[in-house]
Structures are given as C-alpha cells and as structure tokens.
Design a protein around this ligand. Sequence first.
Ligand code: ADP
Ligand code: MG
Length: 451
Amino acid sequence: MTKETWVKVKAELLKQVGKNNFVTWIEPLTLSHLKNGTARFEVPTTFFGDWVKRNYGDHIQSHMNGVGAAVERLEFVVVQAAANAPSLKPVGRVPDRVAKRPEDDLPSAPLDARFTFDSFVVGKPNELAHAAARRVAEGGPVAFNPLFLYGGVGLGKTHLMHAIAHELNAREPELRVLYLSAEQFMYRFVQSLRDRSVMDFKGLFRSVDVLMVDDVQFIAGKDSTQEEFFHTFNALVDQNKQIVISADRAPGEIKDLEERIKSRLQCGLVVDLHPTDYELRLGILQQKAEYYRGQYRGLQIAAGVLEFLAHRITTNVRVLEGALTRLFAFASLVGREINLELTQDCLSDILRASDRKVTIEEIQRRVAEHYNVRLSDMVGPKRLRTIARPRQIAMYLAKQLTPRSLPEIGRRFGGRDHTTIMHGIRKIEELMATDSQMSDDLQMLRRQLQG
Ligand code: ADP
Ligand code: MG
C-alpha cells in the first residue's frame, strides 16, 4: 500500500509545486511507514524535514488523504545525522544511498514561476530597480554589494528577486543561489539554536554564491537574529558574494535596526521602487489581460476598460491584478463581454476602497507625527521655525494631494490667507531643490499618505 500511495501522491505534488521544488524537496523524501494515521518520512537533515513540513506538509497530507490514506500526522526522521547531533535519532535502517546533492541543503524558499523578467513591466517608477536587478542577474563580477531594493507593498520587490533567481539558475545552474524571506532566515536560525546546529547554519549560509533576503525589515528589533544576519552578511561580502536585500523602506528608516547593519546595507546600491504611475499600471494591465485572453478563450474586453482601471485603482499592483482576475472570472461565468458596466458592478468594492481621497486633516496629522509637533500647532499661530516649517510642508502636501483651492486650504489651516499658503508652498519648493533631506521627507510622507 505505502509504495503505490506515495507514487501517486508524488505525481500530484509534482504538478502542484513545480519541477524545481519537487526535485529539491519531495524527491529526496522516503516514505518509511504509514500506520495509525501517521506517515513517517526519512529525510537527510533535521532542517530538511522542518522545511518540508512547514512548506509542503499541508500539500502532502491532503494529497495522501486524497488517495485514500487516512493521514493525520506527518513525521520526519533523520537518516543521515548531521555532525552536530540533531534532535531526532535515526530510525530504521540507513539506506545505502542517501539522495543528497549539495543543493539539496539549500533552504531556498519556493520561487514563483510567474515572477520572471519577461513578465515584469518596466516603467519610469521601477526602471532603476529593474536595471539593477538585471545587472545582478547577469552574474559575473559583483558590481555593487548589496543591492538594496525598497518600496511600498505590491510594487514588485519580490517579483524582481525571484526574477534574479530564475535568471541565475538558468544561466549558471551550478551557482548556489539562496532566496528566502527575513522571517524564514530567523526561523532557520532559531531552529538551529534549538537543535544545537548553529555551526551547520553558519556553514550553510556562508557557502552560497548569491544570498537574497526579502523583507528585511522583519528582523528589526530581533536582536540575536540581527546579529547573525550581520555576520552572515559580512562573511559573504568578504568573499565577494552577491547579496540582494529588500525592505519596505530605506535602510536608514527601519526602526530598531542596529546602526552598523543600516550602514552596511547602505554600502551598496540602494534603489527605490516608486509608486506606480498611470502608464505603468496600464502596461501591467495590458500584459495581464493578454494572458487572460489566452486563458479564457473568446472573452472580449471593451475599449476603455483597462484605462478606466489604471486610472481608478492606484493603490498597488497586487490589488490591480486581483481586480483583473476577478473581472475575467466573473465575465466568463456570466458569459458576457467585459465592458465598463460589468466592471463597475463586479468591482464596486475595490473601486470604492480605492476612491479614498487624502484629506487635509490626515495630512496635518501625519506631518505633525513625523516632525513631532502638536496637531494643534498645525492650525495655530506659532511662528517658531520648528513649527512653522512642518506647517508649510503640510500646506504643500495639501495643495499637491487634494483638489482644494488655496483659500480652502487657508481656512483649514486656522483661517490663514491664501497668500500665506502660497508663500508656504513656494518656500517648500525652494527648499526641496537644495535640501535633499527635505525632499526625502516629502517623498516618504507622500507615499505614506497615498499608501
Ligand atoms: P512586493 O514584494 O513589492 O510587495 P510583489 O513583487 O509581490 O510586491 O508584487 C505584487 C504583485 O504585483 C505580483 O503578482 C507581481 O507579479 C505584480 N507586479 C508588481 N510589479 C509588477 C510589474 N512591474 N510588472 C508586472 N507585474 C508586477
Ligand atoms: Mg514582497
């Protein structure tokens, strides 16, 4: 029973997880025991077992149940003990041949097959990040280390990192490319502490050719993980290995991240993915629509629909994609052409949520928080520079981000005259040209407000 069951399950898993993951994580598993609701697998290392359990455990279990094996628990036992005493003792006989190529150890997170350079639409807001990612993906001598990509959610950081990994895997298959999230990095590190296999952990992470850590802001405030990250980072940089990092903000703006790490992260190339603009959103929509037209044969999309969506959904690309997916699914269900009316019906909730306009009150609140002044000072009479300047910044943003006129803005700033508002806006424009801190601040505030 066990053998055939497992063969069938493996066929399903191959379809589900893709060839690369299958070869790396599923093929090396040996089903050694299937009894009383427990399926026991032999794995080469503790880490391997944990990884499979965490990332593929649910898939394995549900496919096993799908072929009629009532499985309630998965167990992973190590058959080839790591040098540093893993917590599980070998069970049963040690097979003569243990499938264990060096890459089998690489705790790379699964890569999304759709996230390639081909499917990445380049526009003004992301062209630098794209060019830098391309450069890294070419391999060869390390031009900048690390490459630090940052930007708000859904702007394509993970997509670009996966694209780098795909490209490197294709060009130089022998290269050890390790991609994982900072959270997974921490999880692995903590696990190694628990298993007393920190040396294995260190050895493994220092043996890669390219390390990519996604969402590094996650380790802020987690002291021992930061410490370990710092050492890993330095060791790889010393060996001239390429590192790629992403975060939701610039290195200097990550709170509770050690100074020495911040400064290390700033040493390479720091590029930011800007919020999308209309052209980029339209480009992305056109690309996805092309794909869906292939999927849902015969489904028509009326002129103007994509333009409408690009104009109305400005939050992030993930929302934009979700909208299009739903639209096509819905249209194919009801068998109708995708026109504006259907779009408005089908996406009314998303459209309403994206409609949210920035208000002057929000701007005042954010700016006050950022510069640590009282909200009441935003509308009050104080002329002290430390208060007047933030107030002028808020005026500037109010003009930029809301449709309000100068007299209207003046009223909301404690009944000031429109010439005062105009003066404030001019002042900020002047400063932005000469003071890079000021323009960075403004860019960040604008992003937060529009996020
Ligand atoms: P982030 O990691 O920055 O939060 P992701 O890389 O996960 O964002 O992107 C969110 C979604 O938007 C993904 O499905 C991704 O493919 C898509 N996406 C983002 N930017 C682009 C782009 N320029 N071209 C095509 N798809 C994009
Ligand atoms: Mg991401």
